[in-house]
Every structure is written in C-alpha cells, then in structure tokens.
Ligand binder design. Structure first.
Ligand code: HEC
Length: 199
C-alpha cells in the first residue's frame, strides 16, 4: 500500500485544540476530585445523602420469595431492595400500590392484567416469558416478597405525593396538566385529611 505522506506526518496542535484538551482535562480532574469528596462525605457523615423512602420487612415466605426472585434473574431488568437494574420497572415500593393477588395474577397472565400488550412479560419470544413457566408456588412466593416492598409517602413509587408544598410539582402541574383536567379532577394534594392513609 502506498502511504500518503501528508496523512502520516504528525501535525502540531492548533491553539484551539490545545485549549479544548486543557478544558476537557480540567473538567475530568475536577470531576474526580468532586467524586472523591462526595465518597468521603458519604462514608463519614451520619446523615443520609438521599432520603430513603422505601423499606421492607420480609416474613419467612417473603424471604423465600426474595431468594427465588434473585435466582430467577428478575434483577436483570428490575430494581428491588436497591439492587438490580432499571431496564424494567423499579419494584421497590410496589407493595404499596399492588396487592399480592394482583402481582401473582400479573406474573401468570401479564397482558390480561395490564389490559394491553406488554413489552417483556408474556409468551415467547418475549424475554421474560420464563416467568409464566415457573411453578405456581414460586410465583406465589415472589408475589408475597414483592408485596412486602413498601414505599412511604413522597417516594416516586408511592401513590401519594410528598408532604407539604412542592414548587416543583406546582410548576409541573401548571405546565403540563391541560385546563380541562383541572376542572375535571381534584389535585390529590388538595384532598382532605379524611382521605389520608388511602394508599
Ligand atoms: C427482560 C426484562 C425483564 C425480566 C427478566 C423480568 N421483568 Fe418484570 N417487567 C419487565 C417490564 C418491561 C415490565 C413492564 C411490563 C411489560 O411491558 O412487560 C415488567 C413488569 C413487572 C411487574 C409489574 C409491575 C407493575 O407494577 O406494573 C412485576 C410484578 C414484575 N415485572 C416482576 C418480575 C419478576 C418477579 C421477574 C422474575 C421472575 C421479572 N419481572 C423478570 C421486564 C422484565
């Protein structure tokens, strides 16, 4: 092969290019320092950096279900007890939204329970088809386990919005909720205390 001399010859960097490298380099150094500081603060502070709004208290069946859940590789797609991935829904807190029966029915007949087509659960070739082929007993124990993953008010998985005023939620409702909705529906946050505890 004939080499093109012009291409192989090294060219000195232009000022703009040098500047770009310096800025990118400085950015990486600063990000590394900030990451180091954050890790240090997280390791030494007694205050949690993020509020934890989900919790669990597993009974014996829940613990068995949790084992089956992990062995069945559900965590390849789901997050539960803060472990796993975010490919599918986050299942932390699902117990506040769904009953054991609902979860068990979903695992057996996902599309029927959702009332529309699903992405990964359902018959082959869907990736999570194997859930439908697991034993009734395993699905039952996993449903019990999942129903024990609880979310507190304020968690994204809680059906009840955070306590107190939230300028962020106000701004979102103002921007995105059409006026017709505002007349038709009551803002869940305006509901009277008698409705509190409805989860
Ligand atoms: C290949 C990815 C994948 C795997 C593996 C997987 N899931 Fe899912 N899961 C999803 C997706 C995506 C959804 C949303 C429904 C859909 O479109 O299939 C979902 C929905 C669910 C829901 C309903 C959540 C809700 O509130 O609507 C439950 C419960 C659930 N999965 C449990 C499991 C369990 C238990 C396992 C393991 C036995 C499992 N999943 C394995 C991707 C997966």
């Amino acid at each position: 092969m004939i080499k093109n001399n012009q291409q192989t010859k090294k060219q000195p960097l232009k000022t703009g290019e040098k500047l770009l490298f310096i800025v990118a380099g400085a950015f990486i150094v600063l990000a590394s320092i900030a990451f180091g500081i954050m890790q240090y603060v997280m390791a030494t502070s007694d205050k949690p950096i993020f509020n934890q709004y989900t919790h669990y208290d597993l009974n014996a069946e829940g613990q068995k279900g949790s084992l089956i859940f992990r062995e069945a590789a559900c965590t390849e797609c789901h997050r539960a007890m803060r472990g796993g991935t975010n490919m599918g829904n986050n299942l932390d807190g699902i117990g506040t939204k769904r009953t054991v029966q609902w979860i068990e029915d979903f695992l057996r007949n996902p599309e029927e329970v959702y009332g529309h087509e699903t992405m990964d659960h359902g018959p082959k070739p869907k990736q999570a088809y194997y859930v439908g082929e697991m034993s009734e007993q395993d699905r039952h124990l996993m449903a019990i386990y999942l129903s024990q993953l609880i979310s507190e008010q304020g968690s994204p998985s809680s059906p009840v919005p955070p306590k107190g005023e939230s300028p962020f939620i106000d701004a979102m409702v103002k921007t995105w909720a059409p006026d017709a909705w505002k007349e038709k529906y009551t803002d869940i946050r305006d509901k009277k205390p008698s409705n509190e505890g409805v989860q």
